[in-house]
Design a protein around this ligand. Sequence first.
Ligand code: C2E
Ligand code: MG
Ligand code: MG
Ligand code: MG
Length: 286
Amino acid sequence: HAKHLGGNSFQFFTEQLPGYSLERLQLENQLRKALDEDQLIVYYQPKLHLASDRIQGAEALVRWQHPEQGLLLPGAFIDIAEETGMIVALGDAVLTKACLQASEWYHRGPAPICVAVNLSVQQLRQSNFAARVQQILDHSQLPASLLEFELTESMLLEHVDAVAENIAQLQQMGIRLAIDDFGTGYSSLAYLKRFPISTLKIDRAFIGELEEQVPQSERSQDAAIIRAIIAMAHSLDLIVVAEGVEHDGQLEFLKEHLCDEVQGYLISRPVSAADFTALLTESTEV
Ligand code: C2E
Ligand code: MG
Ligand code: MG
Ligand code: MG
């Protein structure tokens, strides 16, 4: 791209398309290189199963080990990946790494962990996606039951045949499906009946409001929403996970109202695979 950057035409170009700044073009090129050079890594954040007080799951979260800028969070590059279509290759890389890691925990310990991987709708639109997932499971020797995909509400409202077909195939393969950031998207609940969902993850916006600083009136509204989501989920035989749990008070509330699992900084921040293994060793020894 560098040869295009001289003269007034570039000025014009940046004014017409805000967001297409020099930094953005550089980041885009660097991300392409990062995919080639394997600079993406996967962090894992535990999900604590409340009834057993054990870590049975983890969410895989992409990180970019940037050669100059250090470890970058998805907020710095996921949008660019989505806009350029690189999200498909990125998602494939994350899935491959997460399955190999989950397989290692399963075959070599310390404990089997169900790993949840976030998907982009662009992956689900690929007609060969489910077949590709099967290939990765075979290659990594991971039982499908130890893989979960996190989808967002808007993905299930896409009327694209490939998306619905992939979702049905993934479920038939024995992979679990979760709705991420539940409650923030479209409030149509019809898709809960139409799709084979196993888990709802309550968005952390509702959990955060349980904090002490928030006025009692708002807090009790969020508490009511959480109780309603848990009741609805359980009556539909779904598992409920609360995201963004940071304080003891939130944990106590969720325990009292029989939320199944919790995820958040109170349990642990997302950590490297090695640190997760250590955390798991610690928690299974108790
Ligand atoms: P998400 O799937 O909703 O993931 C949860 C995010 O909340 C993570 O941010 C996690 O670090 C953060 N989080 C967890 N516990 C707490 C807490 O107690 N307090 C607060 N304030 N935050 C908490 P992260 O890792 O920066 O990821 C952001 C988003 O990027 C994810 O949101 C997901 O939508 C996307 N993402 C991450 N990895 C991938 C990936 O491999 N593929 C795709 N397509 N998207 C990904
Ligand atoms: Mg997620
Ligand atoms: Mg989420
Ligand atoms: Mg999110």
